[in-house]
Design a protein around this ligand. Structure first.
Ligand code: GLP
Length: 250
């Protein structure tokens, strides 16, 4: 059953069914026009969605005309570092869906601030040239971040070099082995950039997301929670599982 929290449509659903519903919508939109622009999130949460889209391709859906923009990239990793998000999306999205590399955009993320600012400006230019994002897929950080917009990010921020919160870096230790090896910064679409997507679809599964989900859907907006900016967007749907929903309506 779908409920509403302000302008946000909310559905409590098990993760595979949520992935199928969002894949249905993406496939419908891809079928409507060849110039569809899809915004991609990384992380564990959207893996099921991307697997579902790959299954649709195997069943005959063509994604060859789709353009994608990754939300963010960890700063200072080498071009072929398998831990870079662009490698992750190449493996889980672009390869399986047959999206050509020239339409698979991700921000460059050099570690030094001046080069990162230039890379961020270039990413905004590419986004504008593509006509903006039609549908942005989002996950949710346990501290309520979207992309790498950590608590305290201005709501009108454009693509920028962001400092990662300690909690966010700790969540990445599993990938990097030791906290000292986790990048300290990332280039991310800003909250203002994300809000320009014409449709936003967020997935949040598991108990680790319970508090952020409860704060996102509370009666009063929480300005310390970056995802709260979504309450001001006219076309947001979120899918949460029972674990993530357990903090609601207490
Ligand atoms: C990272 C990404 C976010 C993602 C979040 C949650 O911080 N920058 O885009 O939503 O992690 O990750 P997971 O889905 O693995 O919980």
């Amino acid at each position: 059953m779908e409920t509403r929290a302000g302008s946000i449509a909310v559905k409590v659903i098990d993760p595979p069914a949520g992935a199928r519903e969002l894949a249905d919508e993406i496939c419908e939109r891809v079928a409507r026009g060849p110039s569809f622009v899809l915004g991609l999130a990384t992380g564990k949460t959207p893996v099921g969605l991307y697997g579902e889209l790959a299954a649709r391709r195997a069943a005959g859906v063509s994604f060859a005309g789709v353009t994608t923009f990754n939300l963010d990239e960890l700063a200072g990793l080498g071009a072929d570092d398998p831990r870079a998000f662009r490698c992750w999306t190449a493996e889980l999205v672009h390869g399986p869906l047959g999206i050509p590399p020239q339409r698979a955009h991700s921000p460059d993320a050099p570690a030094d601030p001046a080069s990162a600012a230039a890379a961020a400006a270039d990413y905004e230019r590419r986004l504008a040239e593509a006509g903006g994002v039609d549908l942005q897929v989002l996950g949710l950080g346990r501290n309520g971040h979207i992309g790498f917009n950590e608590p305290g990010t201005p709501t009108d921020a454009r693509t920028h070099l962001a400092r990662l919160a300690d909690a966010t870096r700790r969540d990445a230790v599993a990938t990097f082995g030791a906290l000292a090896d986790v990048p300290t910064h990332a280039v991310t679409m800003g909250l203002g950039t994300i809000l320009e997507a014409r449709a936003i679809r967020l997935l949040a599964f598991g108990a680790a997301k319970r508090e952020a989900v409860a704060r996102l859907l509370a009666d009063e907006p929480d300005p310390t929670l970056p995802a709260s900016v979504l309450r001001g967007h006219p076309d947001v749907r979120i899918w949460i599982d029972a674990e993530a929903a357990a903090g609601l309506h207490r």
